[in-house]
Write a protein that binds this ligand. Structure first.
Ligand code: ATP
Ligand code: MG
Length: 290
């Protein structure tokens, strides 16, 4: 396996006439904290959406090296839908499957998980239920085994519960296990999203603005948690974040996007002093890089 867990080459994402990403290349080292930064609208979330299979990129290459294998993410998502697909039953069926289960499911199974800029939890389910649902692909779903309540089935259920509580402990939410997810504070919901992503047993986790809306103490705790994922759980973390104090404090490597292009990359010191980066941020929001 290469030292890079994720390689992105010449990624392009166009929405009709809008070029959200023109040419994005980046390499993420295994077992590191990698930050993707840039002003609002730079294309950061779009990169995540392409990496995680939410969007199928219109061009370029994304290669994951996880679970001991190479995955070509764009190929994994299959061909885009063509009206002529109605003619062929088989391609229509695979299209239907894709519509139901989505590309994210496939990429997640390959070893990459994410959290969302706008929190997406099952608000009417309990905290622990949110974590059990996330593990559906690891649990034996054989209906007969379920009805007969076989030993294997019970064991799988117990494992899922243990995994859920393990991650609740890490994100400091054990006390909230039976509360409804929608009742949690904003900071707690953000931590639950991380626990949920970790319950899918990924090797790479993409966090989209995990510190948004957190107070300084919560942000500090979050930084500790992200370091812990890297140092104790062999994880690679890809982070989108506007809190520059946090980004500069925890990142091993930073890539800066502006208008759908990479404008700089390097370590925190290098990025902090890069005139192109300062200019991009000054054009957008004078306070962000302060
Ligand atoms: N589904 C879509 N359809 C059309 N345009 C889109 C779509 N998704 C993103 N865009 C456009 O792509 C550009 C990049 O958006 P993106 O959300 O990736 O930015 P961002 O860097 O995450 O910004 P922020 O820091 O505000 O979250 C924007 O101009 C946005 O309007
Ligand atoms: Mg975004």
């Amino acid at each position: 396996m290469s030292e890079y867990v994720l390689t992105v080459e010449k990624l392009m994402m166009h929405f009709g006439g809008i070029k959200a990403l023109s040419d994005v290349s980046l390499k993420v080292k295994r077992n590191s904290i990698f930050a993707l930064i840039g002003p609002n609208g730079a294309g950061k979330t779009t990169v995540f959406n392409c990496l995680t299979g939410f969007y199928k990129a219109t061009g370029g290459r994304i290669e994951l090296q996880t679970r001991g294998m190479k995955t070509n993410v764009i190929k994994l998502l299959g061909e885009p839908f063509q009206p002529t697909d109605f003619v062929s039953l088989r391609s229509f069926a695979s299209r239907l499957y894709y519509k139901m289960f989505g590309g994210t499911h496939l990429v997640n199974r390959a070893g990459l998980a994410r959290t969302f800029q706008n929190i997406r939890l099952f608000r009417e389910m309990s905290v622990v239920e949110n974590l059990l649902v996330a593990q559906h692909m690891w649990v034996n779903r054989n209906m007969v085994a379920g009805i007969l309540n076989t030993r294997g089935y019970r064991q799988a259920e117990e494992d899922a519960l243990n995994t859920a509580f393990y991650w609740l402990e890490v994100v400091d939410l054990v006390d909230c296990a039976n509360r409804l997810a929608g009742e949690l504070s904003y900071g707690q919901q953000r931590r639950l999203e991380i626990a949920r992503a970790m319950c899918t047993r990924p090797q790479v986790i993409c966090l989209d603005e995990p510190a948004a809306g957190l107070n300084p103490q919560e942000t500090e705790a979050l930084s500790g948690m992200i370091r812990l994922l890297r140092d104790e759980h062999d994880m690679t973390i890809v982070l989108i974040e506007h809190d520059m104090g946090m980004v500069m404090g925890i990142s091993d490597h930073i890539v800066v996007l502006d208008h759908g292009n990479v404008i700089a990359e390097g370590g925190p010191e290098q990025i902090r002093n890069d005139p192109k980066v300062i200019a991009a941020y000054l054009g957008a929001d004078e306070e962000e890089l302060a």
